[in-house]
Design a protein around this ligand. Sequence first.
Ligand code: ZN
Length: 414
Amino acid sequence: MLLLTNAQLPDGPLTDVLLRREHIHAVGPVGSLETNVEHVDLTGYLLLPAPAEPHCHLDKVLLGRFDGQGRGDLESAVESWYTARRTVSRADVRDRALSAASKLLAGGATAIRTHVDVGETTGLMLVEALTEARELLAERLDLQIVAFVDFPLRGRAGASNRALLADALKAGADVVGGAPYRDDDPSACLDILMDTAAEAGRPVDLHVDETLDPDSTTLGGLAEWVLRSGFPHHVTASHCVSLGSQPQELVERTAARVAEAGISVVACPQTNLYLQARGHTRAVPRGLTAIAALRAAGVTVAGGGDNARDPFNPLGRFDPMDTASLLVLAGHLTPRSAYDAVSGAARTAMGLARTTIEAGAPAELLAVRANALADAMADAWADRAVIHRGRLVCRTWHERVFPAGRSPGARGTG
Ligand SMILES: [Zn+2]
């Protein structure tokens, strides 16, 4: 058992929370719960359901400095990555993935979904590197691997990529992935990807319409596919950028069908604000999906960190609070909705149960130094404690050192 004491809840008084095995056993006023157990004093900390990272690329992260190279758009980033991936080793991929996952965990993410390239260039090597990382991280977080298959996929030319996708699922990948909108025949690719997932009994998480081109309408096609087939596994559509450029009537119609199909959408503000709209010089569009319309239709919209320190994004701190902040500033969510996008909604998009702070809920928690949610997001202090399956799995501090007699809160006299 583990007792968390003096924790501030977002909407409540100071509280004690007792954890038993992998769940929250009891929540009560300070001093009201069993005290003869190991405890963590959370005075000064806000206690939240732990974030989850629903969309990242741990095979690409921390590749090096790519800022200022290429055109800064998606195609240029893909070219740089395709060159770089020819020379990466399994050990290098595993170690970069471990490093990034540890940073995400320090930020509070106790579940991570990573897309991992699968195809003729790298075979299954990147998936194998990630399954190795997953084993090493197993005590501290849950890692889901999406087999992000290369093109071509159709016809004779696509036979070996199709075979590699099926092999990746046998080799440890959990989810079927791909980017059908990038093919000349998105709907034929969609058929292949969805049929593969149906046959293997796996969920799907696709890169969908990662372009400002309003004619890219794979999202609607995906919704129709799911509704027509009664596909029984969870479906997630990541990016969906073009939806934000389409006429309102089409956006609303698509959003309604996406809601009906039970598809979750993951917006990736960090990478898409960086990559999209490079050709625009004024009134630059935001590379974000139609967040408000999707939410109004009842679609679960999560926020993902996507790329960091690779050709797709030269920056990134692997902190879910950063993704949430961008959803407030660029996506116009409230801090509360933005935090839900990187926690509860993120778990839904990953096919996991939402977490709450009440008896019986999974003990997946983040304590962060703050009094209120907006402060937690704005300050994003490194001072955090992360609970996974009822155990403290990560604790970080930052040290504040001030000259004697002077603190930032006290006005000095000279
Ligand atoms: Zn992605």
